[in-house]
Design a protein around this ligand. Structure first.
Ligand code: KG4
Ligand code: ZN
Length: 334
């Protein structure tokens, strides 16, 4: 079955055609990032206006690249939350109109669960159960996954998400937006032991907290870097912040695997593109007999291929949506 995926939860407008939940025939991602960069974060108003302008073309492009016609599509799978309200409505409205005109079934899927699926694209065999670490600009969560419709939240961030902390620290250090890739690059020239930062403790074992470390970087930079352009010091701060922020992800993922007695960890979300995180998780997994799976780099950040594939899996299990399908901002939080 050919599935058309549509994803518009944040600044990206993405459409993909995927065959039987694994073979990606096309995956078009159009980002409005350059329009947000000067503000140091995503401006929802700009994001959804750009999505309205581009969605038609992005879907046409995805169909053309896959070499299929609209009528060849067997299912439309669309992100219905969580994300930015206006942005989600653009994708959802478009998908519902298309499904109605073509008389095709539609299914709304959870964006975070889509990130979970990203590691299984391009033919990687799905093995259950697993623990999933979803680490992005909006979420930092651990899940116990028995099947794609049997997912339990183990814990999440109490304040900032990990990617959000990378973005805010980059802003504090004057490095630009998005912060993740630029901090990773700058940290290569720094010494993580030159400065000591800590993540705040949390009451619950699988929760995270990143606002304390972000504030610690702010105070440190005001005191030690104030106005001075000292690249070496900035690189040290990036390396120390990155190391501590990522260690919390590794340590809590390992605890979650032990707690659930599961030997497989599946990582997803924008921060999963970080090479230092990948190295740390691989080292941890070898030491503890756990298998760790990452998506290809192009599937770490928001994309419609993961949404199309998850939609296929749920539809195969008998789920579908109807014309009442609407945005659900609380998805994945329960
Ligand atoms: O999953 P995603 O594309 O969007 C959300 O659903 O949030 O993730 C974007 C986040 C941003 O906060 C960005 O700074 C972070 O992922 N990110 C990274 C890296 N690449 C992207 N964080 C750390 N290291 C990276 N290489
Ligand atoms: Zn995302």
């Amino acid at each position: 079955m050919l599935v058309l995926g549509i994803e518009t939860s944040c600044d990206e407008t993405s459409a993909a055609v995927v065959k039987n939940g694994c073979k990606v025939l096309s995956n078009i991602v159009s980002s409005s990032l350059s329009f947000h960069s000067k503000y140091g974060g995503i401006i929802p108003e700009i994001a959804f206006r750009k999505q309205l302008e581009t969605i038609n073309e992005v879907v046409d492009c995805a169909l053309a690249e896959a070499g299929v016609k609209k009528n060849d599509i067997g299912l439309i799978s669309v992100t219905d939350g969580p994300g930015l309200m206006g942005s989600l409505l653009v994708g959802l409205g478009f998908a519902k109109a298309l499904a109605y005109c073509l008389k095709k079934p539609i299914i709304g899927v959870n964006h975070l669960y889509g990130h979970m699926y990203a590691a299984f694209l391009d033919g990687v065999k799905i093995r259950m159960p697993f623990v999933s670490l979803i680490v992005s600009g909006g979420h930092t969560s651990l899940y116990s996954v028995r099947d794609f419709d049997r997912i339990k939240l183990l814990g999440g961030t109490r304040d900032d998400a990990c990617g959000e902390a990378f973005d805010k620290v980059a802003k504090i250090l004057g490095l630009g937006y998005p912060g993740g890739p630029i901090i990773e690059k700058t940290a290569l020239k720094g010494d993580p032991s030159a400065v000591t930062f800590q993540c705040s403790r949390t009451d619950k074992p699988f929760d995270f907290s990143y606002s304390g470390i972000k504030t610690a970087v702010l105070y440190y930079s005001r005191k030690k870097l104030a106005g001075k352009r000292n690249f070496r010091r900035v690189a040290d701060v990036c390396a120390a912040f990155q190391d501590t922020a990522l260690n919390a992800l590794v340590q809590k993922s390992l605890s979650a695997c032990r707690h659930t007695k599961v030997k497989q960890l599946v990582v997803g979300g924008g921060v999963a593109a970080n090479n230092v995180l990948r190295g740390k998780l691989i080292a941890m997994s070898k030491k503890n007999g756990i298998e760790v799976l990452f998506p290809k780099k192009e599937y770490c950040t928001d994309n419609a291929a993961m949404i199309a594939s998850l939609g296929f899996q749920l539809y195969s299990r008998g789920y579908h949506s109807d014309e009442k399908l609407t945005v659900d901002l609380t998805r994945g939080e329960q």
